[in-house]
Design a protein around this ligand. Structure first.
Ligand SMILES: Nc1nc2c(c(=O)[nH]1)N[C@H]1C(S)=C(S)[C@@H](COP(=O)(O)O)O[C@H]1N2
Ligand SMILES: [Mo]
Length: 232
């Protein structure tokens, strides 16, 4: 097993506009309800531009080398959890071994839509998905991933904001263009940047990152209070 440091910050520094927490909150659309149930034999379904849809049993991932990586986790609302030890597999390895062979050879893949069991999703560009530091993680700090943090398996892309890091990953849609979804008013207001790189402060799809910090800070304060109450 190899441990690689992927942290890009110098000790004591954080990406622009981020503040460190001394805990790792559960965050997202649901802060208090039970996390989605984990099936007895979990799979990741591969759909979209494929020859035929397939299902990858999580047990098949054991064929690939397991890796552990220490990284910081940055939510777009402005909090950072430092020095998390994730364990799992390189997403690029999983893609090459299990996903790419199923893709329609005539398709030019531009995005992968990552879908969680709670139906929360994010369309990541294929280049960002295959970056060196992206993991499929099933363990955190030496323990199996807790439901709050994405059991049975989640994406960990430490150089992109939290909302890229889809928890409870159960399906990947292979896309030949950026999926366009209907947005609610709130979603339009808060709509995240499609690359979400933390060091570039790509928080928002249209507004500069620094400009959107104050409303996000408000969201952070309210949600962290709820998350803390649910945890303690
Ligand atoms: N399936 C799913 N994935 C998700 C979310 C969610 O609500 N559901 N929330 C996102 C957001 S906004 C953040 S900051 C991180 C939070 O991860 P954590 O709960 O492990 O801290 O998960 C991301 N992935
Ligand atoms: Mo987030």
């Amino acid at each position: 097993m190899t441990t690689i440091e992927t942290r890009r910050r110098a000790p004591g520094t954080l990406p622009p506009g981020q503040r460190a927490l001394d805990w790792f909150p559960r965050f997202g659309i649901d802060l208090t309800g039970p996390p989605p149930a984990v099936p007895d034999q979990p799979v990741i379904a591969i759909t979209g531009a494929v020859c035929a849809p397939i299902e990858i049993p999580l047990t098949a991932l054991d064929e690939l080398p397991r890796i552990t990586r220490r990284s910081d986790f940055h939510c777009v609302s402005g909090w950072t959890a430092v020095d998390l030890d994730w364990s799992g597999w390189s997403f690029a390895d999983v893609y090459a071994a299990f996903i790419e062979p199923a893709v329609d050879p005539a398709a030019t893949v531009t995005h992968l839509e990552l879908v969680g069991a709670d139906d929360v999703r994010f369309a990541i560009t294929i280049a960002d998905a295959l970056a060196d530091d992206v993991l499929l993680a099933d363990r955190l700090d030496g323990e199996p991933l807790h439901g709050a943090h994405g059991a049975p398996i989640r994406i960990v892309s430490p150089s992109q904001y939290g909302y890229v890091n889809i928890k409870h990953l159960c399906r990947i849609e292979i896309c030949t263009s950026e999926p366009k979804r209907q947005r609610s008013f709130l979603d339009t207001l808060l709509h995240g940047h499609s690359r979400a790189r933390v060091w570039e402060e790509e928080r928002h799809g249209t507004l500069p990152g620094w400009l959107i910090r104050p409303p996000y800070r408000l969201v952070k304060a309210i949600m962290l209070r709820t998350a803390a109450r649910a945890t303690h």
